[in-house]
Design a protein around this ligand. Structure first.
Ligand code: 5GP
Ligand code: ZN
Length: 113
């Protein structure tokens, strides 16, 4: 979609540090990370909210979150992960293209991101 930052990342028009990519899903490091290794997992197709996703794409996105999380934790030596979606502007969604925040956590960081 025109003027969508994440569609531009999918198209390669905005650079990103890509962590994972397949036909349907892309994962890349957040430009303003809450913690080292903070990753965003997105559908390549433009959909604004979780409930706009076709079921198979929703499954693909959350399967990627499932599979990537232990690798991301290991990469930054984290003990746990905050997995979150801001679903709609009033919930804090700034980029209107579905994205799952995968934020590595450890006891030392003291709780909430
Ligand atoms: P939201 O508030 O919509 O849930 O989160 C949007 C996230 O996208 C923020 O954490 C922000 O740092 C990240 N972000 C915004 N623009 C870019 C960008 O151009 N590249 C990358 N890698 N992340 C971005
Ligand atoms: Zn988009």
């Amino acid at each position: 979609m025109a003027d969508c930052i994440f569609c531009s990342i999918v198209d390669g028009d905005i650079p990103s540090y890509t962590v994972y990519e397949d036909d349907d899903v892309m994962a890349f490091l957040d430009a303003n990370p809450l913690a080292r290794g903070h990753t965003l997992v997105i559908p390549k197709a433009h959909h604004e909210r979780v409930n706009d996703l076709p079921a198979d794409l929703s499954t693909a996105v959350f399967d990627a979150v499932h599979d990537l999380t232990p690798h991301i934790e290991a990469a930054v030596d984290a003990e746990a992960t905050t997995i979150a979606v801001n679903n709609g502007a009033a919930a804090g969604q700034e980029v209107p293209h579905v994205h799952v925040h995968v934020v590595p956590r450890s006891e030392a960081d003291g709780g909430r991101p």
